[in-house]
Design a protein around this ligand. Structure first.
Ligand SMILES: [Cu+2]
Length: 232
């Protein structure tokens, strides 16, 4: 995971806390086991010494484990308290938006994603967004449940038929972030990938305008063909 948004930084931190805690536990258990085996080992034919009831030892181990669990718990909460916070557009983001996030509709359909932008442009597979800008995706589906999942930017969210689910994210760096389908949505769900391309606000606006005029001229051409009788 290579986090590129304020929230995913903290999800990444949580992952590391869990990993380090697991390593500490595994190492401690093995060290204690090896110590016990060596300490109570005996010669062949000799009955080994038995460990005696040791209430104070048990209490000490219990106290250490409790303290360890408390430290992990407190660290996890302190270091990740902003993981679910909704980001807001920064100084390098799209200035025309003021406090509102840029709202884009994302439609899941078997087996691709369609994105509808505020100016009427749309795109398939690739979502283009301005960098350092809060983007609100309104997730819908035309058929079955799909899951939009771009782990570097935000936690995954479902697109459910008949419902609108929001997910807000902010890309803190220009670049391309990949996403996979995270819920089985039929035979070709594995190829239902997506890509988020974060570009500068100027590039975003230029792209959206270009995309819109490309779509319109293509539609005009089709209408012309139909009216000219070339397409039945
Ligand atoms: Cu899907």
């Amino acid at each position: 995971m290579a986090p590129h948004s304020p929230g995913t930084d903290q999800i990444d931190t949580l992952l590391w806390i869990g990993f380090v805690a697991a390593v500490i536990v595994v190492v401690a258990i093995n060290v204690a086991l090896i110590y016990a085996v060596r300490r109570f080992r005996a010669e062949r034919g000799v009955t080994p010494r038995e460990g005696r009831d040791d209430r104070r030892g048990q209490l000490r181990v219990g106290a250490v484990l409790t303290a360890f669990a408390a430290v992990v718990f407190v660290l996890s909460i302190v270091l990740t308290d902003k993981a679910r916070e909704t980001p807001s557009t920064g100084s390098a983001g799209l200035a025309s938006l003021k406090s509102e996030p840029l709202t884009i509709k994302a439609t899941g359909q078997q087996w691709l994603w369609r994105y509808d932008y505020p100016n009427g442009a749309f795109s398939y597979y690739k979502l283009v967004v301005p960098v350092d800008t809060a983007v609100k995706l309104e997730l819908v589906s035309t058929d079955v449940v799909h899951t939009w999942d771009v782990p570097d930017l935000v936690g995954k969210r479902d697109a459910v038929p008949g419902k609108v689910n929001d997910v807000v994210f902010l890309a803190d760096d220009e670049g391309s972030y990949g996403g996979n389908s995270a819920t089985l949505s039929g035979q070709a769900y594995a190829s239902m990938r997506t890509e988020v391309e974060a570009v500068s606000p100027d590039e975003y606006e230029a792209w959206a305008e270009q995309q819109k005029s490309d779509i319109e001229s293509a539609q005009d051409r089709v209408v012309g063909l139909i009216e000219g009788g070339e397409v039945p």
